[in-house]
Design a binder for this molecule. Structure first.
Ligand code: UD1
Ligand code: CA
Length: 474
């Protein structure tokens, strides 16, 4: 998109209660594939290079505000409080003071349409500006008109008005062309219509949709375009619709990965990948994977079965991540991870390294060609290149009394024996060896052996002695 719209502002309506969600969480903050419904709408708008996004908040406004501050849109933005919430028309009028000196296009979208794309909104903007309209809207034809506003057309097929489901008569209820609630308005030309809205309807609300009927009666130039995919503009009103949106988004992402990125997705039904994820060509995603977040995976990888990745994750080329959980970490090229590994909290795994079954890495850097192959907990550590962390090696990194975490350093080529405990802070020197079962409490110099365990004693013939004793008792 090349548009740089210095005279286009968006308004996102996100103040409503969302009663049908039956939730303590505001509707617009429910997640769809790892990002909130509102966040997904804002991402679509971010793709348009707009001058500003005005977000109308009301129900649990503090929660929505806090969310926006933690994950702000890229476009300059502000919130506008609507209290009480008297309808979508009333919501838009909350932004009017901020538009006092503005002249241009106001693009209105609802905060509850997570599948909206930049392309669709851009198409409407183009129609609006190209046709020099005052009011433009998107319409779409759906198989089930549910609670949507119906588009009423006259004998010549021209739009006459929008009738809300609750206010529609039997004939109007049959209409399958609905209002997805995405509009362009010329500002300040539509201001009189907005101020003149009435609430004499079944819901006692000021409907934004009445602006369409007003524009028709004022004979203002109007453009409309029909959305090619009704699913894209579906609003979320219930948990069922939230599920459905998640599935639709998943299908869209998986189709794109398969057709455009050259990724094999073995079982789309059991695979959940968010739109933010990129995967390189000739990678395969096996069944049961859940990849949600800012994730980049290279080419030629095998992911899964049953691998979960969340947060910010980077995986190089030709890596295999089998039945594992990876959060906010980076894994290099040609690595083999899992099954059942847990890599988290800013961990970094170098190229050609092996992280095996039941290994947890926390805030740990592992060099290249190193093995942490079985049953280890490695936290707050720095492991060098070509090192070997033996089965059951544990970093004792936490001091329960001072509540502090301490660092462990294992230098290049060092090796820890099975069942050793590295009591941090401690350093294992270059090419040093820690004997199996050792509890390391002080630094081990380079190329040295650390042994710290009770010396073994063998008692010859102990078993036969015990057996003879037992026989005599009978
Ligand atoms: C609205 C439209 C309907 C359309 C449907 C598409 C109106 C009157 N109706 O109905 O024609 O088919 O969207 O999904 O506009 N909101 C506020 N303040 C309010 C009321 C709502 O900010 O006072 C926000 C909500 O948070 C939501 C959006 O506006 O994001 C739409 O509100 P909602 O109650 O879901 O409207 P619908 O009944 O779905
Ligand atoms: Ca809605």
């Amino acid at each position: 998109m090349t548009r740089s719209e210095k005279n286009v502002r968006a308004v996102v309506l996100a103040a409503g209660l969302g009663k049908r969600m039956k939730s303590e969480l505001p509707k617009v903050l429910h997640p769809v594939l790892g990002k909130t419904i509102l966040g997904r709408v804002l991402s679509a708008l971010d793709g348009l290079n707009l001058e500003h996004i005005h977000i109308v908040v009301g129900h649990k406004a503090d929660d929505v505000q806090a969310y926006l501050e933690s994950q702000p849109p890229k476009t300059p933005w502000s919130t506008h409080l609507q209290k009480p919430q008297l309808g979508t028309g009333h919501a838009l009028s909350m932004v009017a003071p901020a538009l006092a000196t503005f002249k241009g296009t106001v693009l209105v979208a609802c905060g509850d349409t997570p599948l909206l794309t930049s392309e669709t909104v851009d198409g409407l903007l183009e129609a609006h500006q190209g046709q020099k309209s005052i009011v433009s809207l998107l319409t779409t034809v759906v198989p089930d008109a549910k609670s949507y506003g119906r588009i009423v057309r006259d004998g010549q097929g021209r739009i006459e008005k929008i009738v809300e489901d609750k206010d529609a008569n039997e004939k109007e209820k049959q209409i399958k062309e609905i209002n997805p609630a995405i509009y362009c308005f010329q500002w300040p030309e539509i201001k009189p219509g907005l101020t003149g809205l009435k609430n004499d309807n079944k819901q006692g609300e000021y409907y934004l949709t009445d602006l369409i009927g007003w524009a028709v009666s004022e004979k203002l130039p109007m453009a409309s375009s029909v959305a090619y995919d009704w699913k894209e503009v579906s609003g979320i009103n219930s948990r069922l619709e939230l599920q459905e949106a998640g599935r639709l988004l998943r299908d869209r992402v998986i189709t794109k990965l398969a057709l455009e990125s050259g990724v094999t997705i073995v079982d789309p039904e059991s695979t959940w990948i968010s739109p933010e994820v990129t995967i390189g060509a000739d990678s395969t995603v096996l069944p049961g994977c859940f990849l949600e977040g800012d994730i980049e995976i290279g080419g030629n990888c095998i992911i899964g079965p049953h691998t979960t990745m969340t947060g910010v994750v980077r995986v190089g080329d030709s890596a295999a991540i089998i039945q594992s959980l990876v959060t906010d970490s980076e894994i290099g090229n040609d690595c083999r991870v899992g099954p059942f590994a847990h890599i988290r909290f800013n961990s970094f795994v170098g190229d050609e390294t092996r992280i095996g079954n039941f290994v947890e890495l926390k805030k740990t850097t592992v060099g290249t060609k190193t093995n942490v192959s079985h049953l280890s907990y490695v936290g707050d550590a720095e492991i060098g290149h070509g090192a070997n962390i033996g089965a059951g090696t544990i970093t004792a990194n936490y001091d329960h009394i001072s509540k502090t975490k301490n660092r462990t350093v294992v230098k290049d080529g060092a090796s820890t024996g099975s069942n050793s405990v590295l009591v941090a802070p401690v350093t294992i020197g270059k090419e040093a060896v820690v004997a199996a079962g050792t509890i390391v409490t002080k630094d081990v110099p380079d190329e040295s052996l650390a042994v710290g365990r009770a010396r073994q004693e063998n008692k010859a013939d102990w078993v036969s002695y015990k057996k003879r004793q037992a026989a005599q008792k009978v």
